[in-house]
Design a protein. Structure first.
Length: 756
């Protein structure tokens, strides 16, 4: 291993005058100029890893004569990819089109569009999202007569997904099954995979798995990509899972394969690995040097993003993780403002505080709303912020959550388009066959299903033989035929390569989706109609894409449009531009990775919320949560707020949560507390009160003694204040105000209340 950053003289000698090296420090320059064996750039947040990657790509072309088509760059979001491409296009012109810059998933789709036929797929295969895949798994479980209570489809889904991330096919999985449950999973997995293949569909994990399969099973295909991609670059390398790791390894190749290995450059930060639950393994980054013995490692230590106080807070938190390499991140930015801490009474007060603060920063001319981002652990936490911002007319944008493409009506319309592109797509076909209602019920479909299975046909072919199915009522068969002839009329448009937006409009009219919604008096349907029109607008935008933004083998087509929509990620929704469109951006901590904002509010810092309650028992999971905290804290450039609520309603009952351990880990010296709360963090030993109320049993023989004005906590209602008392002994009662739950009259002998 070479630690280039420890050898400044060598770096100085290597320096040339390329303008592409301007604004880089010596270690960054070394990374941009590095030639030859694998290069790993490991560094803390905000140290310019992504900048190195972008510059390196430009440098390869401008100074080393590398052609754009020889470059494969993997970024975390499609948007980052788009930006990178634009920048390169400015440099080398439209030829930038032939460069592959994309997410892992998009790159794999491109590879598979060319190669999937080797694996028995058509090149217009559908891409199933989580919901589609869950639907198909449920169908499989139903066909296998599995008890859905005992075997929830979601559990199958997550186990199959883990298997795929480990590159285990159904056979491998079956061979490794340890118990009866895993044997059942193996069976479901095998059938699921067959059904996917006959539907000419791949789920998200398949995109990676099947790409690896192509490269490993077909030497000619591998040789083609190997000789093409001379440079492979990966950002956020810490979040690659095993399958992605192997994909990269296959594409790069090794010394003894006839073709020289590609130059590999990966950048990442083990402290920001936050997708362990999805199979990402830090091992990939920690052991890079072992896997690539001739690798060069460059460390970057200067942070250009944040002030020292922000870094001190982030460093203090991440240091508490045990299995990590110590890093020394510093900045020239000066200590800057202290962090602001705020303990709110409940989640509404927390959101009020954030809103007031954004407004007063704006009034003071310190920070515009577009400079601010609000982070939280789970999507559900956005709701309160939305309510309060809406009331205050503070413009905002929630990134992620129930996404546009997950709305029912949008999925319906997309399902029509998917069937037009790929009629074997069973999940989509079933979704639309009776939407809007056209008299084709579940029973009729069961008949088709049974007939198709008996005759070894696909569901689609089975539908075409509806007339021949003896059990099928004539009315239903007639309805099926009408449906099929409508589809075939629409299909003519696809064959004629009509623009996607025109096809969409035709689908809206012909299918009856439009007239159903426009004749409805339900105001919700109006919103639905607007969403469908929005999809038309999205397709028009797609059609007007500048030619440079298309890959060299891409063309404007229905399939291309579907592919783009299938692959949108949460982070792609982040408002563009320096000022983020002037709106406050709200998102989960996971989505925030790689981004930066002048002002950051890290909210919900409570044990049980963040770290998430699910992770509290497991050390490795807490460590992953801590890395997530590190990601959140290091997004801030100038101002960082850390807030928590003393209680918040979760699942309908107020829950008291102690301060997040991450909050306690931040040194007091860097925080300016605006409000420390009433119960404050001395209350941290109290358990989480979200448990169901204790049953009135005989155990509690005497009633608790209370006085008016005293603060208590109740298992279900959370914190309260005693308003009045009545009765004595076993009959003692108290009226207690529980904030959002209002006043309750409790018989104290049975009430699960404790004094604070
Ligand atoms: P993360 O770990 O969060 O992904 P990163 O290491 O990728 O961060 P970048 O996003 O590349 O860091 O850089 C952080 C900020 O610092 C950006 O605004 C970038 O433009 C700026 N920056 C990077 N290197 C330099 C430099 N040498 N001089 C000035 N600014 C720099
Ligand atoms: Mg980055």
């Amino acid at each position: 291993m070479n630690l280039v950053s420890r050898k400044p003289n060598r770096i100085l000698n290597m320096m040339s005058h390329s303008p592409l090296l301007d604004g880089l420090n010596p270690a960054q320059m070394a990374a941009v100029q590095h030639i030859g064996g694998p290069l790993l750039v490991v560094a803390g947040a905000g140290s310019g890893k992504t900048r190195v990657l972008t510059r390196r790509i430009a440098y390869l072309m401008a100074e080393r004569g590398v052609a754009p088509y020889q470059i494969l760059a993997i970024t975390f979001t499609n948007k980052a990819a788009g930006e990178m491409k634009e920048r390169v296009a400015e440099l080398v012109g439209p030829i930038a089109r032939s460069m592959w810059v994309s997410t892992f998933h998009s790159a794999c789709v491109r590879l598979l569009r060319q190669e999937a036929s080797r694996l028995g797929y058509g090149n217009s295969f559908s891409i199933y999202d989580q919901a589609d895949s869950l639907k198909l798994i449920s169908l499989v479980a139903k066909d296998l007569n599995l008890d859905v209570k005992r075997y929830p489809a979601r559990q199958f889904q997550s186990m199959i997904s883990s298997a795929k991330n480990e590159l285990l096919g159904p056979h491998d999985y079956a061979a490794k099954a340890q118990n009866q449950f895993e044997q059942v999973v193996a069976e479901v997995y095998a059938v699921y995979q067959r059904r996917l293949q006959s539907a000419n569909a791949m789920d998200f994990d398949d995109l990676i798995l099947k790409s690896v399969e192509v490269l490993q099973s077909f030497p000619e295909a591998k040789a083609r990509f190997r000789s093409r991609f001379r440079h492979v670059l990966v950002d956020e390398y810490q979040d690659t899972n095993h399958a992605q790791y192997i994909l990269v390894r296959e594409l790069v190749g090794s010394d003894n394969e006839g073709i020289a290995p590609a130059e590999l450059c990966v950048v990442g930060d083990a402290d920001q690995s936050i997708y362990g639950f999805r199979g990402a393994t830090i091992r990939n980054i920690l052991q890079f040097e072992m896997d690539y013995p001739n690798a060069t490692t460059i460390l970057l230590e200067q942070n250009y993003r944040s002030t020292q106080n922000i870094l001190d807070a982030a460093n203090a938190v991440i240091t508490k993780n045990e299995s990590r390499k110590e890093k020394n991140l510093w900045t020239e930015a000066g200590s800057g403002a202290q962090l602001v801490g705020y303990v709110a009474e409940n989640e509404h007060d927390e959101a009020e505080f954030v809103k007031d603060e954004i407004r007063s920063l704006q009034r003071a001319g310190t920070s515009e709303p577009g400079d601010s981002a609000i982070f939280y652990r789970t999507n559900a936490q956005s709701r309160v912020f939305e309510e309060i911002f809406m009331r205050a007319a503070l413009p905002y944008k929630v990134v992620g959550g129930l996404r546009f493409y997950e709305r029912k009506e949008v999925k319906d319309l997309l399902a029509y388009l998917r069937v037009l592109a790929n009629p074997n797509d069973e999940v989509s076909l079933r979704r639309i066959i009776n939407v809007p209602k056209r008299g084709i019920g579940d029973r009729a479909l069961d008949h088709v299903d049974a007939y198709a299975v008996r005759n070894n046909l696909t569901f689609w072919s089975g539908l075409h033989r509806s007339n021949e199915i003896p059990e099928m009522p004539a009315r239903a068969a007639g309805a099926v035929n009408l449906f099929l002839s409508m589809l075939s009329a629409l299909h003519v448009l696809v064959e004629a390569k009509i623009r996607p937006s025109v096809i969409i409009e035709a689908v809206l009219e012909q299918s009856g989706l439009m007239s159903e919604l426009s004749s409805s008096s339900d105001p919700q349907d109006e919103v639905r109609l607007e969403n469908l029109q929005e999809l038309v607008a999205v397709s028009m935008e797609y059609e007007s894409r500048p030619i440079e933004s298309l890959g060299e083998d891409e063309e404007i087509s229905l399939a291309g449009f579907l592919e783009q929509v299938s692959l949108v990620a949460d982070a792609d929704e982040i408002p563009e531009g320096e000022d983020h469109g002037g709106v406050v951006t709200l998102m989960t901590l996971h989505t925030a990775k790689g981004l930066e904002f002048p002002t950051v509010f890290l909210t919900g810092l409570e044990d049980g919320v963040f770290p998430h309650s699910r992770t509290l028992g497991e050390k490795s999971e807490i460590e992953e949560e801590r890395r997530l905290a590190y990601v959140g804290l290091t997004r801030a450039q100038a101002r960082l707020y850390v807030t928590r609520a003393e209680y918040r309603s979760s699942w309908g009952s107020p829950t008291y949560n102690p301060a997040s351990r991450f909050l306690d880990e931040i040194p007091e010296t860097v925080i300016d507390w605006r409000n420390k709360g009433t119960a404050s963090s001395t209350f941290t030993k109290v358990r989480n009160f979200s448990a169901p109320p204790a049953r009135p049993t005989g155990k509690k023989s005497t009633a608790i003694e209370l006085t008016v004005g005293e603060r208590v906590s109740h298992d279900t209602f959370g914190l309260g204040t005693v308003i009045s008392l009545a009765g004595e002994g076993d009959r003692a009662e108290a009226t207690i105000n529980f904030g959002p739950y209002g006043e309750k009259r409790l018989l104290l002998r049975y009430a699960p209340v404790e004094k604070l």
